[in-house]
Design a protein around this ligand. Structure first.
Ligand code: FES
Length: 67
């Protein structure tokens, strides 16, 4: 699956680079990820964080309802 369609960048490539220790910004510099339309940025950052063991805080999850 492509994470970044604009740059034909696969999820596997992003995961490999992240597991080798590259940050999102480093992956972006090497691959061009999110340098065009930018629509892939949130997903790419989440994948990198997951691979590097960084907790992911997403604003796309529904808020908990406190009753
Ligand atoms: S999909 Fe990644 S920059 Fe457009």
């Amino acid at each position: 699956m492509y994470i970044c369609v604009c740059n034909a960048l696969s999820e596997g490539t992003v995961r490999t680079l992240a597991r080798e220790g590259l940050s999102f910004e480093e992956i972006q510099a090497v691959t061009g990820c999110s340098n065009c339309c930018g629509s892939c940025r949130e997903l790419a950052e989440s994948v990198v964080a997951e691979c590097r063991g960084i907790p992911v805080i997403s604003n796309t999850l529904p808020a908990l309802q406190m009753t």
